[in-house]
Write a protein that binds this ligand. Structure first.
Ligand code: NAD
Length: 480
């Protein structure tokens, strides 16, 4: 097994300290051995990216589009191999991992087209004989700092637009998912090389956040970050001090409102998917089920019936629906939230405990709390595990007020047949994304992604909005 984990200045490099990753479904299995980069590696990576960027900036839009097209094809062609790596080191089920990699392939394909139609405009001036061009230029070297829960799609929705619009990249993925980050890097490097472009414009370093991540943040021209609120806040402060642009996608405590006119079975199907699939480790997962009085008991009964049938287990077994949580840290944190719920008076309607399976792993039973209030810690903070709480409300007006009473604002949802309430909710819920009769998690790749309040900061990612972050506008005046 190669310990050459980092891709710096066009070649693979070994770090100083060793990093062993165990399979979260089977702790007796070593998923892979890697090494950790240091701040010196970051310095080399940023210098290489800076030196290579002018070549990429000067490339034609077609050359950039072709590179992205090659990345997209490789993601589709190698999805089975990539899914196995993601499942083995990150605990995703194979269908979840395949879904993520397919999405990443579509993201690269979308930006292959966007590269071709990068816009600009020519306008008349208020002064006679003068014309004005408004054009977009690359920002330079972009630092990408990403988490472990979507280790292919989240990086790709940053890598693809960064490349499409002519930037070089230094990527610091999560140190919990090095294997899949190495695999994605090989694909990007090969696509650049295939089209005669310098591979040094794409660099990847696996390392600890406070050292390697922070060194990247301190050296690049812009930072696109996805992760927790605390880390994001620190990064935003550093970027403000250096006056470089920053984009943050952070956590959520996403509400799903269930109104009394809904079908309890349909509502429970949506809620189970929303709260528990991917072991609840989605920033758009539902944490709060805000349920109208009239449907409360029928909804809770439908939930517990479905939850009893969920198959939690080894992520590579074909009938597993929900794999383990990623590591001991996450399991301990989730169990701590379950304890806090009990301490503050919530009742466990399902789950609440660690699960034993034939292999030693970080398995947690999908957990449903009832009798909770929106003031409880489990409803104020992001749990980031398979845990959701029912908050009982009198009517739609209270449901909307509870949904909005949160520091977060990433995603939200409502389950109802009432057009009036659906439209009112869409217009008044304070979240960046909102769903009618759909899970709060699960988004398309060609439209903007992002939130409000503490969930996002800076311009939106994905879709046609992505150009705002990855380009700088130049306004050029011309006397004829
Ligand atoms: P995290 O904040 O601990 O880490 C994210 C990344 O930041 C990692 O690569 C980490 O090494 C790095 N990092 C840590 N400290 C750093 C520092 N001081 N300077 C620079 N980099 C640093 O988050 P995590 O535990 O990996 O991911 C889970 C979190 O991500 C959850 O809160 C989840 O909601 C959020 N998330 C948000 C979205 C979204 O788009 N809104 C998507 C996925 C995950």
């Amino acid at each position: 097994m190669s310990l050459d984990t980092h891709f710096v200045a066009g070649s693979w490099r070994r770090g100083a300290d060793r990093l062993d990753i165990r399979n979260p479904s089977d702790l007796d299995e070593l998923a892979g051995s890697y090494t950790l980069a240091t701040a010196d590696d970051v310095r080399d990576a940023v210098a290489a990216a800076r030196a290579a960027q002018p070549v990429w900036r000067a490339a034609t839009v077609e050359q950039r589009s072709l590179v992205l097209d090659s990345i997209s094809r490789a993601l589709f062609d190698r999805k089975d191999e990539l899914a196995r790596i993601a499942a083995t080191e990150g605990g995703k089920t194979i269908p979840d991992a395949l879904g993520e990699i397919t999405r990443a392939g579509h993201l690269a394909r979308f930006f292959a087209a966007e590269a071709l139609r990068a816009p600009g405009e020519t306008l008349g001036s208020v002064r006679p004989g003068v014309e004005v061009d408004v054009t977009r230029e690359p920002v330079g070297v972009i630092g990408l700092v990403t988490p472990w829960n979507f280790p292919v799609a989240t990086p790709m929705w940053k890598i693809a637009p960064a490349l499409a619009f002519g930037n070089a990249i230094v990527w610091k993925p999560s140190e919990k998912t090095p294997g899949i980050s190495v695999a994605v890097t090989r694909i990007v490097a090969q696509a650049l090389a295939e089209h005669g472009m310098p591979t040094a414009l794409f660099n990847m370093l696996v390392g600890a956040g406070p050292q390697v991540g922070a060194a990247v943040v301190d050296a690049v021209d812009a930072v696109s970050f996805t992760g927790s609120v605390n880390t994001g806040r620190r990064i935003a402060v550093r970027c403000a001090e250096r006056m470089v642009r920053v984009q943050l996608e952070l956590g959520g405590q996403n509400p799903l409102v269930v109104l009394a006119d809904a079908d309890p079975g349909r509502a429970a199907d949506i809620a189970v998917n929303s709260a528990y699939f991917h072991a609840g480790q989605r920033c758009t997962a539902t944490g709060r089920l805000v349920v109208e009085d009239g449907i409360h008991d029928a909804f809770v009964a439908a939930m517990t019936e479905r939850m009893a049938a969920l198959r939690v287990g080894h992520s590579l077994l074909p009938d597993t629906q929900i794999g383990p949580v990623i590591d001991e840290f996450q399991l301990t944190k989730n169990l701590g939230y379950i304890e806090s719920g009990l301490r503050e008076g919530a009742e466990v309607a399902a789950g609440g405990t660690r699960l034993d399976r034939p292999t030693r792993g970080w398995f947690l039973a999908p957990t449903l709390f009832t009798g909770t209030s929106n003031a409880m810690t489990i409803n104020r903070e992001e749990v980031f595990g398979p845990v959701a709480s029912v908050i009982r409300v009198r009517d739609y007006e209270e449901a909307l007020a509870v949904a909005n009473d949160t520091d977060y604002g990433l995603s939200s949802g409502i389950i109802t047949n009432s057009m009036k309430h659906a439209r009112h909710f869409q217009a008044n819920v304070q979240s960046g994304m909102t769903m009618l009769n759909l899970p709060t998690a699960g988004v398309d790749y060609h439209v903007p992604f992002g939130g409000r309040k503490m969930s996002s900061y800076g311009p939106r990612e994905q879709g046609r909005s992505a150009i705002e972050f990855y380009t700088i506008i130049k306004t050029a005046y011309r006397a004829l």
